[in-house]
Design a protein around this ligand. Structure first.
Ligand code: SAM
Length: 284
């Protein structure tokens, strides 16, 4: 008997992966957690029936969420990751020996424990001594924090379920307050392609643009996310991701990266016309 994992990308579009076996099903107070093994993507896991991380393309997402801000500000010392329970974002951050402290706030401890069991390479650096794990709501965690973090990475689920508040004005306002003067916020910015994702992309962009003097969007190619065309937001009080990038400094880290490179750093901020128009639309 053949086993297939199927995910609705829209009401009329379905994405399917042939599965060798399902290795875990759990229900936490927040979401349904499933792990599968597949020929093409290796081990992958889903939350509430949506692809989160798989062994084959996770390097794309984790390179792009972490190395872009570190090349713009290589002096980052204090980082906050919100969500990111699989540990891939923290794994990339720990490659920078100059980072002194990484707080990771994940609402669902069961996600972290399952990833440590079934995705050991992705979660391998969660035990780094600079990493402090907090199992609580990232929205509450940020309340009242001022001028503390050089970088905040919002490695969240979509704006449904526990991730919904991570796309709100009050959350972005608290991010702004919690950042230092050169602080950078990177957020999961959804996708411009299918209507539902594009609506969330525009809503997030409007809120961030109204708060931060510098607010850009960059793209990357994620084969297992709806349409494969996905975005992160780059917002800062002071640093522009292209004008202020410090490649000479970044090169000194001598990191080998599989997706990120200097050409791509510049190129990923060049957006297709239809995306530019959607984003300009919300700015007017
Ligand atoms: N790369 C993935 C993607 O975009 O599909 C997301 C990675 S990570 C698994 C997302 C994590 O965000 C989940 O483990 C989820 O539990 C966590 N999360 C959702 N809402 C949260 C909240 N309010 N506070 C902290 N973590 C949250």
């Amino acid at each position: 008997m053949e086993l297939w994992y199927a995910e609705q990308h829209t009401d009329t579009v379905e994405f399917r992966i042939k599965v060798k076996e399902q290795i875990c099903h759990q229900e936490s107070p927040f979401q349904k957690i499933d792990f599968f093994k597949s020929e093409e993507f290796g081990t992958f896991f889903t939350l509430d029936g949506l692809m989160m991380v798989n062994e084959k393309d996770e390097f794309v997402y984790h390179d792009m969420i972490s190395h872009i801000p570190l090349a713009v500000n290589p002096y980052i010392k204090n980082v906050l990751v919100i969500g990111g329970g699989d540990g891939g974002t923290v794994r990339e951050l720990t490659r920078y020996k100059t980072i002194e402290k990484i707080d990771m706030v994940e609402i669902d401890e069961m996600v972290v424990r399952a990833c440590q069991k079934y995705l050991p390479l992705t979660s391998s650096q969660l035990t780094d001594e600079r990493v402090n794990l907090y199992f609580e709501d990232g929205i509450k965690f940020l309340e009242g924090i001022e001028n503390k973090y050089d970088l905040i990475l919002v490695d969240s689920t979509d704006p449904i379920g526990p991730g919904e508040g991570l796309f709100s004005v009050s959350f972005y306002t608290n991010c702004y307050k919690a950042l230092t003067d050169n602080g950078i916020l990177i957020n999961q910015h959804e996708s411009p392609y299918y209507e539902r994702d594009a609506r969330e992309m525009k809503r997030a962009h409007k809120k961030i643009k109204d708060l931060f003097p510098i607010s850009k969007v960059y793209q990357f190619h994620m084969p297992t996310y709806p349409s494969g065309h996905w975005l992160f937001g780059f917002a800062s009080k002071a640093l522009d991701p292209i004008e202020d990038v410090k490649f000479d400094e970044w090169r000194k880290f001598a990191l080998k990266t599989k997706y990120y490179n200097e050409d791509l750093h510049i190129g990923c901020f060049a957006l297709p016309t239809f995306v530019k128009e959607m984003l300009e639309d919300v700015s007017e």
